[in-house]
Design a protein around this ligand. Structure first.
Ligand code: NDP
Length: 311
C-alpha cells in the first residue's frame, strides 16, 4: 500500500515544535521579524509571499512587507535591502524570486546580510552548508530532509537521485543528503537537462527527488517498486492542455476555476503504483518550505539574541 505523504500534517508538527522557541525568545525580549520583499506583479509570487506572511502571523513572527515597482531601478532594491540589513527589528530577509530581468539576482542575494539570509542563498551560507557547518539550510531541501525523517525514510546508504541542479533546490538538496550526518550519508546522483537516460538513473534509485519544473517528467515506468518519490515541482498547467481527466492530480477546485491546475514533476497516478511513499502536489513539499522559513527566521533571531532555542 503506497503511503501518500501528508506534508501539511508534518509541517504542522514542526510548527508546533517552534512555539516553545518563540516563548524562550519572548522571555529574552525578542520577537523574530521576517521582512518580505516583492518586486514583481506575478500572481504566483504574490500568492507565495502572502502565504509566508500569513504563516508568520499565525505563529507570532512579525511580518514586515515591502513592495517595489517591477520597473524600478535595481538600486531601489539594493537600497531597500541595505535598510533592512540595518533594521534591528528585522531578523530575516526574503526577497521573493524571480526578479525582473534588469535586476542581477546573484548580486541581490549577496547584498543580504548573511546573518539575515533565511533563504540560505548567500554564498557564505552556501559554503557553510557544503562544508557541513550550516547556518541556514535552504528551506525546500531542509523541508524535504524533515519530511524524509518524519516518514522514517533511511538515507544512510540509500541511492538518491535528485532531478534538477538549481541553486535553490537541486544542489542544496544533494549537498544535504551527501553530508556525513544522521540525515545524510546517502549516495547522491544529480541529474539535469543534459543527463543521458534519466529513466535509467531514476530506476536505480531508492529515493527520487524531482525538482525540474517540467510537468509530469517522471512517470511510473521510470521508477522501481518501493521507491520513495518526493515531488518538488509546482507547475501551472492550462486546464485545456491537460491530456485527460483521468490523469488529473489533486489540484484543488479553485485552481481549476482559475483556468489552470497545479501539477508536479511526477505523473502521480502511475508513480503511485510503483512508489512505497510519494508526496502529492499540492500538499507535499510546499507546506514544509514555508515552515522551514519560519524555522530559519527563529534561528536567525536566536543567533542574534544569543539565546539557545535548540534548533
Ligand atoms: P530551475 O528551473 O531553476 O531548475 C530546474 C532544473 O531542472 C535545472 O537544473 C534543469 O537542468 C533541470 N531540468 C529541466 N528539464 C529537465 C529534464 N527534462 N530532465 C532533467 N532535468 C531537467 O527550477 P527550481 O529548482 O527553482 O524549481 C524546480 C521546481 O520546483 C519548479 O517547478 C518550482 O516551481 C518548484 N519549487 C517548488 C518549491 C516548493 O516549495 N514546493 C520551492 C522551490 C521550487 P539544467 O540545469 O541543465 O537547465
Amino acid at each position: 500500500m503506497t503511503r501518500i505523504i501528508d506534508g501539511n500534517e508534518i509541517a504542522d508538527r514542526i510548527t508546533a515544535d517552534l512555539e516553545p522557541c518563540l516563548e524562550t525568545l519572548a522571555d529574552a525580549g525578542t520577537t523574530p521579524g521576517l521582512a518580505t520583499v516583492l518586486m514583481s506583479d506575478d500572481g504566483a509570487s504574490e500568492t507565495y509571499v502572502s502565504m509566508k506572511r500569513q504563516a508568520c502571523n499565525d505563529l507570532g513572527i512579525e511580518s514586515i512587507h515591502h513592495e517595489l515597482d517591477p520597473d524600478a531601478p535595481a538600486d531601489a532594491l539594493f537600497d531597500r535591502i541595505d535598510e533592512l540589513n540595518d533594521d534591528p527589528a528585522v531578523h530575516g530577509i526574503l526577497v521573493q524570486l524571480p526578479l525582473p530581468d534588469h535586476v542581477d539576482r546573484q548580486a541581490v542575494l549577496e547584498r543580504i546580510d548573511p546573518r539575515k539570509d533565511v533563504d540560505g542563498f548567500h554564498p557564505e551560507n552556501v559554503g557553510r552548508l557544503v562544508t557541513g557547518t550550516p547556518r541556514f539550510k535552504p528551506c525546500t531541501p531542509h523541508g524535504i530532509q524533515k519530511l524524509l525523517e518524519a516518514e522514517g525514510v533511511e538515507t544512510e546508504g540509500a541511492d538518491v537521485v535528485v532531478v534538477g541542479r538549481s541553486n535553490i533546490v537541486g544542489k542544496p538538496m544533494a549537498n544535504l543528503l551527501v553530508q556525513k550526518s544522521d540525515t545524510g550519508n546517502a549516495t547522491v546522483t544529480v541529474c539535469h537537462s543534459r543527463t543521458d537516460d534519466l529513466a535509467a538513473k531514476t530506476r536505480d534509485a531508492d529515493v527520487v527527488v524531482a525538482a525540474a519544473g517540467v510537468p509530469e517528467l517522471i512517470d511510473g515506468s521510470m521508477l522501481s517498486p518501493g521507491t520513495t518519490v518526493i515531488d518538488v515541482g509546482v507547475n501551472r498547467v492550462d486546464v485545456s492542455e491537460r491530456r485527460s481527466e483521468d490523469s488529473q492530480t489533486s489540484s484543488d477546485q479553485s485552481d481549476t476555476e482559475k483556468g489552470y491546475e497545479l501539477v508536479g514533476d511526477v505523473e502521480f497516478e502511475s508513480a503511485k503504483e510503483k512508489a512505497d511513499a510519494i508526496t502529492p502536489v499540492p500538499g507535499g513539499v510546499g507546506p514544509l518550505t514555508i515552515t522551514m522559513l519560519l524555522y530559519n527566521t527563529i534561528k536567525a533571531a536566536s543567533l542574534r539574541a544569543d539565546v539557545d532555542v535548540s534548533l
